[in-house]
Design a protein around this ligand. Structure first.
Ligand code: FE2
Length: 347
């Protein structure tokens, strides 16, 4: 391989002349921008323990009233990317949000899209464009780009959920902004997951006669996902992943444009290698315990912990229990990479 010229190879006067004209020579920076074989990655394989996050979040509940926070969130920031940048991976923002009984996180909409994955508590709800969605532990709730959404809590005890956004992408494009609006009036109860999209393979007939809806289903109840994984496990050979993708029920395609969502069951004692791919991801542990080996880093996880996985990483998952399954929720940016034409899976 030919060694490329460095900045220092160039006469100072020439370099200063370039700088004065807002010009930069490519060749000293070429290998950094296009490294051979694998991208250079600043994202660290990381694990955030829920037992570390929870007390800090409850303390935030004491220190900061909701009116002073709007969204009371602690952000899981990857130190490799700079804490101030609030990125778990280059494309994925992750926050843990606390809402206390009677509190309201006011109605707004914004360019980045978000999902909520409920960690604990009962009585929380999210309203999306007038559709009121209950929030049970493990439920996935979509609040897509530019749709009105607000949160509330009519139960007792704290409600905590994980927010996952494509914020770093949209912010990086200088396209991130929000609008505030008056509180929504609920127009239906229960939500479409319990009324219109009850069974896979069945959709409202009217949906076949019109252009497919972008977001027909915005709540995926964990109860259904868990049962579907348990059923799939009975017909999946050991060594193959028991994994389900969350999709738009009308198109069968991924349910959000940038981020993709899946749920994985690690059977008792199971070890699983995930296919190495070009997407970055985060994993939240719904239940169980085990370890994730990410490239050369070994991380031990328990229920509700969150893991960050860099692009192109080798990932091996182990269920520590010989008796109980472990359930994992995975978010990656494969949908965006596919649309942009550079998604790769290496097997
Ligand atoms: Fe929001």
């Amino acid at each position: 391989m030919t060694a490329l010229g460095t900045l220092e190879d160039l006469p100072l006067e020439y370099r200063n002349g370039l700088t004065a004209r807002n010009l930069v020579p490519l060749w000293p920076n070429l290998r950094a921008a296009l490294p051979h074989n694998k991208p250079s990655r600043r994202t660290r394989p990381m694990l955030w323990r829920y037992e570390d996050i929870r007390p800090q979040l409850l303390e935030a509940g004491r220190l900061t009233p909701i009116e002073k926070a709007e969204r009371r969130v602690l952000v899981l920031a990857n130190p490799g990317l700079g804490l101030e940048n609030m990125q778990a991976t280059p494309s994925i923002y992750v926050g843990m949000q606390l809402i206390l009984p009677g509190e309201v996180a006011p109605n707004h909409r914004h360019a980045p899209s978000a999902v909520r994955f409920v960690i604990e508590g009962k009585g929380g709800f999210t309203m999306v464009e007038g559709e009121k969605l209950p929030m049970e532990p493990g439920d996935l709730i979509l609040t897509p780009s530019l749709l009105w959404h607000e949160h509330g809590h009519t139960g007792s005890g704290p409600v905590i959920w994980m927010d996952v956004l494509d914020l770093p992408v949209v912010y990086g494009l200088e396209a991130s902004y929000a609008l505030e609006g008056p509180s929504q009036q609920p127009r239906n109860e229960p939500d479409a997951s319990q009324t219109r999209y009850r069974r896979s393979g069945l959709i409202p007939w009217s949906a076949t006669t019109r252009t497919r809806a972008d977001y027909p289903l915005v709540r995926f109840p964990w109860q259904e996902v868990r049962q579907a994984l348990a059923d799939l496990a009975t017909v999946t050979p050991v060594g193959e992943a028991v994994r389900l993708a969350y999709v738009n029920p009308e198109t069968g395609h991924e349910c959000m444009p940038i981020l993709g969502f899946s749920a994985l069951l690690l059977r008792p004692g199971e070890t699983l290698r995930l296919p190495r791919h070009s997407a970055s991801s985060i994993i939240n542990v719904v239940s169980g315990s085990g370890s994730a080996a990410i490239d050369s880093v070994e991380l031990r996880f328990d229920a509700f912990d969150t893991v960050a996985v860099p692009t192109h990483a080798e990932v091996k998952l182990d269920n520590a229990s010989s008796k109980h399954p472990a359930f994992l929720f995975v978010v990656d940016d494969a949908p965006m990479q596919r649309k942009l034409g550079f998604y790769e899976m290496f097997g």
